[in-house]
Ligand binder design. Structure first.
Ligand SMILES: Cc1cc2nc3c(=O)[nH]c(=O)nc-3n(C[C@H](O)[C@H](O)[C@H](O)COP(=O)(O)OP(=O)(O)OC[C@H]3O[C@@H](n4cnc5c(N)ncnc54)[C@H](O)[C@@H]3O)c2cc1C
Length: 427
């Protein structure tokens, strides 16, 4: 059970990677981007398409952060139900964000089609699954709110939820036909390849270690050389490293882990998620299920399977698989990996103005495929066209979080405890 190999499935099943080299000579460009995830690569692609010179510096490899580790659910919106977004941001700003992100999956799938990105893209919708009767109540509330805004979502009863998932475990579901699934690392590399093809320069193994603003220009120190640009985008989200000045994004790091089976035989694939929807549930300590192109079932849950809680999370994944699909009780997991989510206390992404013509975008709180694409694209437009109104949210001057270390420990402890003691693994 705990002997599942530690390896990220997405690193194994990716079809095409972007070819990048370390930053090795001084350069001056219109826009400098720090971080080669969805946000940075989408921004680079848009900047290059706008005819600007743009360079991305990535500390590790393209998609090293959340973008190469996530579940691959291309959602239309945030975690929060629409009413909570407008309560937090006000009616005008809230509605603008909701409307923009409602189009998020369309933007992602359009880019995939336009650029010919090979990333297992499947626009079969998503199912938000009721893990308990209380979860169904939550879904009814979300359905009512979404309906009022004209979202084409459908509330499914328990029979339909069970038919679509092939599991007896669920009490109903909210189906969103706008959404879908991708191989996330392949999408990120696809964005990077498209950006390079459009004229952008991307460097891996290129950690930015210092930033200063002088003579109306940003100077980024990296690998003993300097990248200069009048415009700067910091897109490091939960994997921000090596830099504390002039800015460090404030968020609570929360871990989420995934476990992928071997490809399932055809007869089981015909019963388990036959429609290919990506799923997550309504439990407080959330979990997810989806199928990849090869027919592997991927089970995800809160907690860090690369940390000391690994045996607990691995044992939970096995119990979860057995509870959802008794017929898979003995199917081995071939891959296990985890990633860090940048959670903000209000679960709303942040755009910060961090100096002249410079933004930091972060805090997607576990919803970063569509938002990362949308915010990254918009940040490039806002910076290059000097049009901050292109951003889905007005830039803030500051954002702080309190007790982040304590909250991180609380989330991990809560996930580990729930996974350890939960008598029924359905929650
Ligand atoms: C396990 C998991 C599951 C998730 N599931 C989903 C999902 O199903 N759907 C969804 O929409 N979202 C999901 N998310 C959230 C989503 O993955 C993230 O919000 C998204 O990847 C953020 O993209 P990004 O480009 O902003 O940051 P990242 O992808 O984290 O990229 C930041 C990059 O910055 C680089 N970097 C950091 N510091 C420096 C430096 N000093 N110099 C140079 N480079 C630097 C890092 O190496 C990293 O590659 C999930 C996240 C996790 C962790």
């Amino acid at each position: 059970m705990t002997s599942t190999p530690v390896s990220n499935l997405w690193q194994v099943s990716i079809a095409q990677r972007a070819e990048t080299k370390p930053f090795s000579k001084d350069q001056t460009v219109d826009l400098a981007i720090i971080g080669g995830g969805f946000t940075g690569c989408a921004a680079a692609l848009e900047a290059a398409r706008l005819g600007a010179s743009v360079t991305v510096l990535e500390a590790e490899t393209i998609g090293h952060g959340g973008s190469g580790r996530n579940v691959g659910l291309v959602n239309a919106g945030l975690w929060l139900p629409p009413n909570e977004i407008t309560e937090a941001l006000g009616e005008d700003v809230g509605r603008r964000l909701i409307d923009t992100l409602a189009d998020g999956p369309a933007r992602v799938f359009d880019i995939i089609a336009r650029e010919g990105i090979d990333c297992e893209a499947t626009r079969s919708g998503t199912l938000h699954l009721a893990h308990a009767p209380s979860g169904l109540k939550d879904l009814k509330n979300r359905f009512r709110q979404g309906n009022q805004l004209g979202a084409p979502i459908q509330l499914l009863d328990a029979t339909e939820a069970r038919r679509r998932t092939g599991s007896e475990a669920f009490h109903g579901a909210l189906f969103d036909p706008r959404a879908g699934t991708i191989q996330p690392l392949a999408y990120c590399h696809g964005l990077a390849r498209a950006a390079i093809a459009s004229g952008a320069t991307l460097h891996d193994q290129s950690a930015v270690t210092a930033i200063r603003h002088q003579d109306d220009t940003w100077h980024l120190s990296c690998n003993g050389h300097t990248l200069r640009a009048r415009r700067l985008l910091l897109a490091t989200n939960a994997y921000h490293a090596a830099l504390s000045a002039p800015f460090r994004p404030a968020y609570v790091p929360v871990h989420y882990s995934q476990f992928a089976t071997a490809p399932l035989p055809e007869d089981l694939r015909a019963r388990i998620l036959p429609g290919g929807e990506g799923c997550w549930d309504t439990a407080l300590v959330m979990s997810s299920i989806r199928i990849d192109a090869a027919g592997r079932l991927i089970v995800g849950g809160m907690g860090d399977s690369d940390g000391p809680g690994r045996p607990v999370h691995a044992a939970w994944a096995r119990r979860k698989l057995r509870a959802l699909y008794p017929e898979l009780a003995d199917v081995p997991f071939e891959h296990a990996w985890s990633g860090r989510i940048a959670m903000t206390s209000d679960h709303i992404p942040k755009v910060l103005s961090i100096g002249p013509r410079a933004f930091a975008v972060f805090g997607y709180s576990g919803r970063g495929i569509s938002p990362g694409t949308v915010f990254g694209t918009a940040a490039a437009e806002a910076l290059l066209q000097e049009r901050p109104e292109a951003l889905p949210l007005p830039p803030q001057a500051a954002h702080s979080e309190t007790l982040t270390g304590l909250k991180q420990a609380y989330y991990e402890f809560g996930a580990t405890l729930t996974h350890a003691i939960r008598p029924s693994p359905l929650g």
